[in-house]
Design a protein around this ligand. Structure first.
Ligand SMILES: CC(C)c1onc(-c2c(Cl)cccc2Cl)c1COc1ccc2cc(-c3cccc(C(=O)O)c3)sc2c1
Length: 232
């Protein structure tokens, strides 16, 4: 039967996509990717600055998700802390899928490869980037998938999972319809997207190890990253 987006789904999508477009990394932050030195230390410092700025962008985007600010405040924090790494994997993955104007892709890859991350994490990390890139996600799909990731009910310390599920469900339904409409020749596209969310869960564990190995080598994070990642 014909898949149709309802008027309220149209309105929800506009809200999410506008928020996603509005909250972006500032140019002066991302253009540093092309300017700074290429030492391991410089790369780590630059990626730390970008990640910190990205968390701020993520918080602003999340505040625009309908219903999020009506959630219990502690649950709002638990959702942000629980999804920050996954949302940043998704965000940084988009850089590799869309050809950045001034070759950010190669530069970002170079800096991530030489930032003190051990080889065992580099492989799954760039495999994820590759598989996301192959999906050629639309902007709407990127925005909705990020919202779905943030509204994952079973994050640690979330008390009222029920209410989070009520917020996440309409996003998932809308994303599913969007996938059918935007990829008619690929009926399993939505399933592939959800597969990336499963992959993101495993990357969380790798990321925790990455943080530990950076800290063992006395790398410093910013107060915001320490707060959101419960380090230091
Ligand atoms: C603290 C720091 C060393 C760190 O620790 N773990 C990670 C991480 C790494 Cl490595 C990989 C995945 C996830 C994390 Cl969380 C990081 C760096 O995290 C980030 C976070 C967001 C972005 C957005 C980018 C980006 C570039 C150009 C353009 C755009 C754009 O949106 O236009 C975005 S790069 C970037 C790097």
């Amino acid at each position: 039967e014909k898949v149709e987006i309802t008027k309220e789904q149209e309105a929800l999508m506009k809200l999410i996509v506008d928020a996603y477009n509005k909250h972006q990394l500032p140019q002066d932050v991302t253009k540093k990717l092309l300017q700074e030195q290429y030492s391991t230390e410089e790369n780590f410092i630059l990626l730390t600055e970008i990640a910190t700025s990205q968390v701020q962008v993520l918080v602003e985007f999340t505040k625009n998700i309908p219903g999020f600010l009506s959630l219990d405040h502690e649950d709002q924090i638990a959702l942000l802390k629980g999804s920050a790494v996954e949302a940043m994997f998704l965000r940084s993955a988009q850089v590799f899928s869309r050809k950045m104007p001034i070759g950010h892709t190669e530069v970002l890859e170079e800096r991530i490869r030489k930032s003190g991350i051990s080889e065992e994490f580099i492989t799954p990390l760039f495999n994820f980037y590759k598989t996301v890139g192959e999906l050629h996600m639309s902007l709407e799909e990127q925005a909705l998938l990020t919202a779905v990731t943030i509204l994952t009910p079973d994050r640690p310390y979330v008390k009222d999972q029920q209410t989070v599920e009520l917020l996440q469900e309409p996003m998932v339904d809308l994303l599913k319809k969007l996938c059918v409409l935007q990829h008619p020749q690929e009926p399993q596209y939505f399933a592939r997207l959800l597969g990336r969310l499963t992959e993101l869960r495993t990357l969380n564990h790798y990321h925790a190890e990455m943080l530990t190995s950076w800290r063992v080598n006395d790398h410093k994070f910013t107060p915001l990253l320490c707060e959101i990642w419960d380090v230091q």
